[in-house]
Design a protein around this ligand. Structure first.
Ligand SMILES: *Cc1c(COP(=O)(O)O)cnc(C)c1O
Length: 460
């Protein structure tokens, strides 16, 4: 048996990595000089690197390892499924048991009449499916002009050509000819950075009403759908004002516009409910899922759609699919993950134990001189670093201070990410109160060290 083990010294692994491996969202030349950190194993919420450091992973990988690392049950299920049926497709009038069982389970968990699943290999692929599906849906309903999808600046919906276009990341749009036609971006409900003197709720309402203004400007007969994350993740864990989502729902109801909730991060317990849409009180027509669906143990994503959409789409051949749509090993792993989430009441743990504990400790970080606001919903949180809390000022070169803080976190064996000058967390849902205390202690140490560095450099 060929095992992939850590058989080489770190420096040699780093040299091979630098020589042959192109990393995503990375300045690879710079990284090659510095050397990657090499993660060799993990259990629970703790990663181990090739130097033997034990690191608390407050990002759950990339927002995905909801049940924590090292669950043997998922490994067993994957091995069993690989022996029984490692692959078969779901094209050409065939199917298999893992895809059937997973689709049925997702339909049971999803709210309302979201009862049908189109599988993909990732969140990006699922959002590409959504672009084609909503346009095809309106064409089948005799309204082919409804092809524009409205999204938001600083949204993240994936990195393929389609999903990257849906997203509102200007740095991504600058590379590779994005966005594709008929994607329209409105402003985000980011009060801390963009709210000025407007009270939070008033600002939330105004940002939601930009959707109505866009529909009226573009024409209702041109707009197919609105897509948004219930809570923006990669954009910096931006929790919208309470006034925002009810107004968005009202507008989607008033006009003939499909609402797509991108649940790739919020789904499967992260906000304290099965879906972020439940936390925000919205009724989407389509949900994008991935990440927590399998807790990242296997790559799988999908689009959950209503009875009505499934019925319309079913009226014609949908010329779309992926080789790995409903991949049997990934589907079996996802099913086992959902079983664990349900039987161990992981969502109850988020709602009643870990969530309230983290909220209390996280919000207390605002007593630190660098921390302006602290936001948290379930197991996703952010803090805004600022040189002046009263004016919500930004640092001069956005992202520099966030990067310094991130480096201190790394040095203190804590994975906490920075988005500009916001620090964000999204730990495994199974994190215990004791582990939360450790997370907060390391975050405080890192913030103190960052503060000292800024004072030394005269940046405060
Ligand atoms: C990560 C993410 C995606 C893309 O998922 P991939 O599996 O990386 O393609 C889409 N939407 C949201 C909200 C995400 O966080």
């Amino acid at each position: 048996m060929t095992a992939i083990t850590n058989h080489l010294p770190t420096a040699e692994l780093q040299a091979l990595d630098a020589a042959h491996h192109i990393h995503p969202f990375t300045a690879n030349g710079e990284l090659a000089e510095k050397g990657s950190r090499i993660i060799t194993r993990a259990t629970g919420v703790t990663l181990t690197d090739s130097e033997g450091n034990e690191i608390l992973d407050a990002m759950a990988g990339l927002w995905c390892v909801n049940i924590g690392y090292g669950r043997d049950e998922l490994a067993e299920v994957a091995a069993r499924q690989m022996r029984e049926l490692p692959y078969y497709n779901t094209f050409f009038q065939t199917t298999h048991v893992p895809a059937i069982a997973l689709a049925a389970k997702i339909a049971e968990l999803a709210p309302g009449d979201l009862n049908h699943v189109f599988f993909a290999g990732s969140g990006s692929e699922a959002n590409d499916t959504n672009i084609r599906m909503v346009r095809h849906y309106w064409a089948l309903k005799g309204k082919p002009s409804k092809s524009i999808i409205i999204s938001r600046k600083n949204a993240y919906h994936g990195s393929s050509v389609g999903s990257g276009s849906l997203g509102g990341m200007s740095a991504m749009h600058e590379q590779g000819g994005l966005p594709i036609p008929d994607i329209h971006h409105i402003n985000q409900p980011h009060w801390w950075a963009e709210g000025g003197d407007t009270p939070e709720d008033e600002f939330g309402l105004a940002r939601a009403q930009e959707l109505e203004a866009a529909i009226l400007e573009l024409g209702e007969d041109r707009v197919a759908a609105f897509i948004a994350e219930p809570v923006q993740g990669a954009g910096g864990v931006i929790v919208p004002p309470a006034s925002y989502w009810p107004e968005i729902q009202r507008i989607c109801d008033k006009y003939e516009i499909l609402l797509i909730a991108d649940e790739v991060i919020c789904g499967f317990g992260r906000t304290g409910n099965w879906f972020g849409s439940e936390t925000q009180g919205i009724r989407p027509d389509i949900m994008t899922i991935a990440k927590g669906l399998s807790s990242g143990y296997a790559p799988i994503g999908g689009s959950i759609v209503t009875d009505e959409i499934a019925a319309v789409i079913g009226g014609d051949e949908f010329n779309h699919g992926y080789t790995y749509s409903g991949h049997p090993v990934a589907a079996a792993v996802a099913l086992e993950n959902l079983r664990i989430l349900e039987e161990e009441d992981v969502i109850g743990h988020v709602r009643d134990v870990a969530g309230p504990h983290l909220k209390e400790k996280w919000e207390a970080l605002t007593d630190h001189p660098l921390v302006g606001e602290a936001k948290i919903v379930g197991m996703m949180g952010s803090i805004a670093l600022t040189p002046n809390k009263a004016t919500r000022a930004a640092f001069e070169e956005p992202g520099t201070v966030g990067y310094i803080c991130r480096e201190r976190c790394f040095a203190n064996n804590l994975v906490m990410r920075h988005v500009g000058d916001r620090m964000i967390i999204s730990p495994p849902l199974v994190i215990t109160p004791t582990e939360i205390d450790l997370l907060i202690a390391r975050a405080r140490t890192s913030l103190d060290e960052c503060h000292a560095i800024l004072q030394d450099k005269g940046l405060l």
